[in-house]
Design a protein around this ligand. Structure first.
Ligand SMILES: *[C@@H]1O[C@H](CO)[C@@H](O)[C@H](O)[C@H]1NC(C)=O
Ligand SMILES: *[C@@H]1O[C@H](CO)[C@@H](O)[C@H](O)[C@H]1NC(C)=O
Ligand SMILES: *[C@@H]1O[C@H](CO)[C@@H](O)[C@H](O)[C@H]1NC(C)=O
Length: 588
């Protein structure tokens, strides 16, 4: 066999030992849950003939190359700051060693997987196998794929509680998916909810004249409209001009629908200058957008992103795979992985929006560590290419269901993923005006999967030393702290089905901050400069002076008062809320 002879004649020194005669039957567990994840029950084996599209993340030849390059181009103090990478350059950095590719192909060949069903993906760092019979996936991975049903949502997923790889492949493969991540589209959480409000109190809300965009009105303490955010975050009279180049992306999952008619009503009442704003719908993995059936999360995201960033072109990515799932003979349950589907799509594009906002997340501990690490490096690929990727931090304070899921029920605060990924910017929540304080719902804390990145060393260790022994044992002092930045997250007026509603959640904050980042990107691009790309090294250094530090309030949860917002960084509001005018002066 070709691969075998090439091993025997290899002259390139290898950084890892490649086996000459791999023992494909010698399996070692790659990831296993101690029990079926909470709220899921097995409803049995999939019918004969069921197939899966299996994705295999290969370890890059140079492990730290991508992240090293990401930090160089994102650190304002580095000579390569702003020199973002092309798709091709990223592909070189994430490329596996040729022996890795050969070995994985040999393993797949050994199991009779036809080469024609295997294609490279994610800039060449992964292999995707199309329509693999579930029985063959079981054999490859020593797994038992079963149909699992969510006890509350009735969503069904095809997953396995454990999977293995041949011992000889562990050094070469980072992740296989879908396997143990029970994060079907419906298991993701939106980070928004409606605020219960008497309907009559909102009846006139859309008829009030817009607030001043330059002076923070006291009414903003009770109800947020776009002009409150313009005044609070000092976007002043800035009007984007680089609209032929700069784009803002909003991701949608869970069959969320955004309506043009609602956007138009919202803007015509509350931001008349932007009343002509529209958005482009891009469908990913069969996503749909029924404009006649508008829903909370998508409406909130689109209405606030557009009102603040107008006339910047906006794309709504609707990623599919959500129930009601069409169970057919070959796919009785959902095999989609929401982030991976979207990332597969976006990383293949030649033109990617410079700013992308996402308002969904999961408890970190429900995401397998290998999945979280691998998906997080895909976000790093976006950052290296000059994309600012922002996620809402979550709406559960320090946590709501505060024990470990490893069978030991250890009390602990619960961080959220992807907010804990060190290569994205996590957005927490504030409330009130003069002064803004932390919103109690604002999720924040410390990752148990990702170590503290060096860009936040000073900020986070200052906070932790101020904390002393409080909460010790409940959080991981060596983990990546989140959120990074914050914005208003309560009492947002939105329009759904031509009627006003009040919304809350860090889903209010993420599109707000993203729109302001998009304005900064517009400004830079209009000056012939690079967009901001990955924001955090900037925010934690020179950028901090362009943020309003939030120093009161806390994020209760787990029967505690939660962390407190203090001077400097804190795991409630991050470094604070943006001041566009100041940031513009800093980055310009
Ligand atoms: C599925 O295949 C197995 C093995 O070939 C067979 O024993 C079983 O009866 C089949 N089940 C169905 C529902 O066709
Ligand atoms: C969005 O619209 C589709 C089609 O009408 C509908 O099936 C779906 O339930 C809607 N989304 C939500 C979250 O309600
Ligand atoms: C704490 O975080 C570190 C760094 O990410 C990690 O290696 C360690 O396993 C975490 N500890 C716990 C108890 O999760």
């Amino acid at each position: 066999m070709l691969w075998r002879s090439s091993f025997l004649t290899a002259v390139v020194p290898l950084c890892f030992a490649s086996p000459i005669f791999p023992r494909w039957d010698d399996l070692e567990v790659k990831h296993a849950w101690s029990s079926v994840p909470r709220n899921w029950i097995s409803v049995g084996l999939p019918p004969n003939g069921t197939t899966i599209d299996l994705r295999i993340a290969l370890k890059p030849h140079r492990e730290d190359a991508l992240v090293g390059a990401l930090y160089e181009v994102s650190d304002p103090a580095h000579e390569k700051y702003g020199a973002h990478l092309s798709k091709e350059e990223v592909a070189t950095l994430v490329a596996p060693h040729p022996d890795t590719v050969e070995l994985v192909h040999a393993w797949l060949g050994h199991h009779g997987v036809p080469a024609s069903s295997i294609r490279p993906s994610y800039n060449g760092g992964w292999l995707t196998i199309t329509s693999l019979p579930a029985s063959q996936a079981d054999a490859l991975l020593g797994a038992s794929y079963q149909v699992y049903r969510h006890t509350e949502t009735d969503e069904t997923l095809l997953r396995t509680v454990e999977y293995s790889l041949p011992v000889d492949l562990h050094a070469h493969v980072a992740l296989v998916a879908p396997t143990t991540y029970f994060g079907g589209p419906r298991a993701l959480h939106r980070t928004s909810r409606l605020t219960p409000t008497a309907k009559h109190l909102l009846a006139g809300a859309l008829d009030d004249p817009p607030e001043s965009p330059t002076t923070v009105s006291s009414s903003c303490a009770g109800m947020i409209v776009p002009s409150c955010l313009q005044a609070l975050y000092n976007t002043g009279s800035y009007t984007p001009t680089a609209t032929d180049q700069n784009t803002l992306g909003i991701t949608g999952y869970l069959q969320e629908n955004a309506s043009q008619a609602d956007l138009t009503l919202f803007l015509s009442k509350l931001m008349p200058d932007a009343a002509t704003a529209d958005f482009t719908v891009v469908s990913v993995a069969g996503g749909t957008n029924d404009q006649n059936n508008p829903t909370l999360e998508a409406s909130l995201d689109i209405q606030y992103a557009e009102s603040l960033a107008f006339p910047t072109p906006t794309i709504f990515y609707t990623t599919g795979g959500s129930p009601p799932f069409q169970a057919d003979e070959n796919t009785p349950a959902n095999t989609n992985e929401p982030y991976l589907d979207w990332l597969d799509f976006i990383l293949a594009q030649s033109d990617i929006p410079q700013t992308i906002s996402t308002s969904y997340g999961d408890d970190e501990q429900t995401v397998p560590p290998d999945y979280a690490q691998t998906v997080c490096s895909l976000f790093a690929q976006l950052g290296a290419q000059g994309v600012s990727v922002l996620f809402s931090s979550g709406d559960t304070g320090v946590g709501d269901d505060c024990v470990s899921n490893d069978g030991l029920n250890t009390p602990m605060f619960l961080p959220n993923f992807p907010a804990t990924c060190p290569y994205i910017t996590a957005v927490g929540g504030t409330t009130g005006v003069n002064p803004e304080t932390a919103a109690g719902l604002s999720s924040g804390g410390f990752s148990n999967y990702f170590a503290r990145p060096s860009y936040q060393d000073t900020a986070v260790s200052n906070f932790i030393s101020g904390l002393g022994t409080q909460f010790s044992g409940l959080y991981n002092a060596s983990g990546r702290g989140f959120p990074d930045i914050s914005a208003q997250a309560e009492n947002f007026i939105i329009v759904i089905g031509q009627e006003p509603f009040l919304a809350e959640g860090t889903s209010c904050a993420a599109p707000t901050v993203s729109a302001i980042v998009s304005l900064l990107n517009d400004y830079l691009i209009s000056q012939g400069k690079s967009p901001l790309g990955f924001l955090n090294p900037l925010l934690y250094s020179t950028g901090a002076a362009g943020l309003n530090d939030i120093t009161s309030g806390s994020n209760p949860g787990c029967n505690t008062d939660g962390f407190s917002a203090v001077e400097g960084w804190d795991p409630v509001t991050g470094l604070g809320t943006p001041d566009f005018g100041k940031l513009q002066a800093i980055v310009g």
